[in-house]
Design a protein around this ligand. Structure first.
Ligand SMILES: [Zn+2]
Length: 387
């Protein structure tokens, strides 16, 4: 049982690092990594209109292969702290569970990576290669001054990475269930249909935009965009709202709006999907006057093809949990979508059942087992001389 990982997790949870606040979490990591011999950098990135964000990069060793542990120390707000059974920033352990904001997403995962690395260095000495940490404080926020800039910064310094393990909570309910080997892309669109306001008793003097909106919205959701691919579910377009906002019963409104979001697989890019959406609207328009606003997307679909590294991590998980993890691309987006441009990246962490919820918690046993899994990955990775 690694109590080091639990201690680290509790220390991190006690840092109130709600995005964009650093809250002492990165300072704690910097001290701990620095004491273990890592060279630690704390670059701060800024952008007009967004808060300055602190980040952390640490590396021990200069050679390859370089295995990178990635994650974020920022957390979503606790909401009503009084609704929590335990202080969201207390790091309380009760009945075998560690409570606190970030316990699952993802200070717990970072604590396990850190403990596994420190224990590996203690047992084996310097790695035949490098171990690095890429930690941002801007994952739960706009994600503008976080991983994207941290990767650019590292690239400019000549840092080269071979493989990345991101510690997001990938398991739906039991540790060992699921590795994420990719993520779907995301594209949001806003559709407005324009008409002319008028009296419902005199419809010939008005132009009702609602029938046009219904026609266009129906064309967007059917037929299916695709049937899925080898590693991805079918792409899905979800209407998230239809709005007219008309309080009167005797007025034909001037405008009707819809918003939709598409989670798309590796058959599409934001560009090809945008073209398909425009074509569907054009075919269904029948004279309706409309405008489509596709929001800029920085979330492409991506896949890390299952390879020796995926096998190595899967084997480590199976050895500790008895479960062969599913290789999944489900769920929301993550910073892996940026890291994939630097090196192959896969995600495996704790159980995510309570993330972003009141009473966020993880099993203390899982913290020990995840640390052991990461430890096996490190040992095997440097023993076989990946890649
Ligand atoms: Zn997260």
């Amino acid at each position: 049982m690694s109590s080091l990982a639990l201690d680290l997790a509790r220390s991190l949870i006690r840092c109130p690092s709600v995005t964009p606040e650093e809250g002492g979490a990165l300072a704690f990591l910097a001290r701990t990594l620095g004491a273990a011999g890592f060279a630690v950098e704390r670059p701060v990135f800024s952008e007009p209109g967004t808060p300055d964000i602190e980040n952390l990069y640490a590396r021990i060793g200069t050679g390859s292969p370089c295995l990178v542990f990635a994650g974020h120390t920022d957390v979503v707000p606790p909401g009503d702290a009084a609704a929590w059974r335990h202080d969201p920033f207390g790091g309380t352990v009760a009945d075998g569970l560690l409570y606190g904001r970030g316990a699952a997403d993802m200070k717990g995962g970072i604590a396990c990576m850190l403990a596994a690395s420190l224990e590996h260095l203690r047992a084996h000495g310097l790695p035949r290669g490098s171990i690095a940490f890429l930690i941002t404080g801007d994952e739960e926020g706009p994600a503008v001054n976080g991983t994207v800039k941290l990767l650019d910064w590292a690239r400019a310094r000549g840092e080269r990475f071979d493989h990345c393990l991101l510690g997001e909570p990938t398991n739906p309910s039991v540790l060992g269930e699921m590795i994420k080997i990719g993520r779907r892309g995301s594209l949001t669109g806003k559709l407005a249909v324009h008409g002319r306001q008028g009296h419902v008793g005199y419809p010939h003097l008005a132009e009702n935009p609602i029938p046009g909106l219904l026609r266009l919205a129906s064309a967007l959701i059917a037929p299916p965009l695709d049937a899925g691919t080898a590693h991805f579910d079918a792409s899905n377009l979800e209407l998230t709202t239809l709005d007219v906002g008309n309080p009167a019963t005797n007025v034909i409104p001037a405008e009707a709006r819809a918003v939709f979001n598409v989670r798309f697989n590796d058959l599409w890019t934001a560009e090809t999907l945008g073209a398909e959406i425009r074509a569907r609207l054009e075919r269904a328009a029948e004279g309706a006057r409309y405008t489509l606003d596709l929001l800029p997307s920085n979330s492409p679909a991506f896949l890390t093809e299952p390879d020796a590294f995926v096998d190595l991590v899967s084997a480590a998980i199976e050895a500790e949990t008895g479960r062969r993890p599913a290789l999944s691309t489900t769920g929301g987006t993550s910073d892996a979508r940026f890291i994939k441009d630097a090196c192959p990246v896969i995600e495996f962490g704790l159980v995510g059942q309570t993330m972003h919820q009141v009473d966020e918690c993880v099993a203390v046993d899982d913290i020990a087992r995840l640390t052991a899994i990461y430890g096996r990955v490190l040992t095997r990775y440097f023993a076989v001389g990946m890649p």
